[in-house]
Design a protein around this ligand. Structure first.
Ligand SMILES: [Mn+2]
Length: 450
């Protein structure tokens, strides 16, 4: 490792290696490592979710991930943090301790601190933190793996676990502050690496995370007193900065290395950090993540409209999601083959058709009723409605055209506004024209008149 005033760190996160993501994860992680090696970084951090779920050792995903991390370790020391336990079951990362390579891989699967030596080796704290700074280290890194909610629930009781997690994490982070202050006094860069949700962050789908069971707030993270906070878990890059007596400090999510789902906004990539004893800055380096395109139809997909969309927004090489929603009776009218033909240039096509269900309400005895009036009475009896207003509506339907009834309703907006009980009944009754009677069932399409 070369001596510099600031530590240069490549920060990768949320690789999610697994059969479903392998091509995307490996293309993007490969490009990112190449870029990091070119930039000559001093150390590499992977802040959790290296795998998408438990992987068998013989799976192509496991082999690809191991060989990428080995490539990285041949260039610089590597720190791998334990991510979400469902993505990385306990023990998943242990194999990387045995990886070899020119530099060591430190696997952080418990709370602890590591010092990085000038020779690029890891010195690991015996407990959750160092009592005194070890000799010869050039950087101090605190590691807080993904909080195991199951363990918190076992210790505190399930009822208190959700809300108490943030408080315990905040207390633990404050406990790290003295060691970070001490390291800064010796002129060392200080880093905190963790995996979890910051209150108020935004997900890759644009959803603000504002629940009360999140692990972090920006305040609790800054209180740890580290210059740089390298986070994983949220798949969208974002950062928070603070200038105070400790200089410039920064918290950042690297975001996922690739685009693993439809509808994810923003660039994908990794972060190049420069961390000094009183400065921290990061820069996003984009990876060749796949391009996704969403096309939505409110109703049956119209091929003419689809052609126009594709002229306005070509989808060559992109991953397309085409969505529609149709009533049940039109479910077989969708020409998927024709749409596939129009989308032939796309790298992948995903159809998502939503069927608006026909709701069937059993109305016992309705099948035996002879005339409409009795059927309505049977139905009203089942749903607890008064049949009389409906009968008068039926009478009106029998003698008047629908349009006349509608005109009549529209002519009395004030009566509608007053909530005149008669009028909604007319709407219900005219709806009955669309009702099919099948045995004891009344069938109607929700939203058919919407
Ligand atoms: Mn993740």
């Amino acid at each position: 490792m070369t001596t510099r005033s600031a530590l240069r760190v490549a920060h990768f996160s949320d690789l999610h290696y697994g059969p479903r993501n392998l091509a995307e994860a490996d293309r993007c992680f490969g490009a990112a490592i190449e870029r990091a090696v070119d930039a000559g970084v001093d150390v590499a951090v992977i802040s959790g979710d290296s795998t998408d779920h438990a992987l068998d050792l013989h799976s192509p995903s496991a082999v690809a991930l191991v060989s990428r991390v080995r490539w990285l370790a041949d260039h610089c020391p590597v720190l791998m943090l334990q991510g979400t336990w469902s993505h990385e079951p306990p023990g998943t990362l242990s194999v990387f301790r045995e990886l070899g390579g020119r530099h060591a891989v430190h696997v952080a699967d418990r709370i602890g601190q590591v010092g990085l030596t000038a020779a690029g080796e890891w010195v690991v704290s015996p407990g959750w933190s160092f009592h005194a700074l070890p000799q010869g280290v050039v950087a101090l890194i605190s590691c807080l793996p993904s909080v195991n909610r199951g363990a918190v629930a076992a210790a505190l009781g399930a009822a208190d676990a959700a809300g108490a997690t943030g408080e315990h994490v905040a207390e633990m982070l404050r406990g790290l502050a003295p060691s970070h202050a001490m390291a800064r006094q010796f002129g060392l860069p200080t880093l905190l690496v963790s995996h979890g949700t910051v209150f108020g962050c935004t997900t890759e789908h644009g959803v603000p995370m504002a629940g009360f069971d999140h692990e972090f707030t920006t305040g609790s993270l800054f209180d740890a007193g580290a210059q740089a906070v390298l986070l994983g878990h949220i798949h969208r890059h974002q950062c928070w900065e603070l200038d105070d007596s400790g200089g410039r400090r920064c918290i950042a999510y690297a975001g996922s290395i690739g685009r693993f789902h439809h509808g994810e906004a923003g660039d994908k990539g990794f972060l190049l950090w420069q961390v000094g004893p009183d400065s921290a800055a990061c820069r996003m380096e984009a990876t060749p993540a796949r391009r996704t395109v969403d096309i939505c139809f409110d109703g049956k997909p119209d091929l003419g409209a689809l052609r126009a969309v594709l002229v306005a927004q070509p989808v060559e090489g992109a991953w397309v999601r085409l969505r529609w929603s149709v009533p049940e009776e039109e479910r077989n009218d969708i020409d998927r083959a024709a749409m596939r033909e129009l989308l032939a240039g796309a790298a992948g096509v995903q159809f998502e058709g939503r069927i608006l269900p026909v709701v069937r309400v059993r109305s016992g005895g309705i099948g035996q009723a002879g005339v409409m009036r009795d059927k309505v009475a049977a139905w009203a009896g089942v749903v607890g409605a008064r049949p009389e207003p409906l009968w008068s509506c039926l009478d009106e339907l029998a003698v008047n055209e629908t349009q006349l009834i509608v005109d009549d309703v529209l002519a009395e907006p004030e009566a509608m506004a007053r909530g005149d009980t008669q009028r909604p009944c007319i709407e219900v009754a005219s709806g009955l024209k669309e009702v099919e009677l099948a045995g004891d069932y009344l069938e109607f399409s929700r939203g058919a008149h919407g």
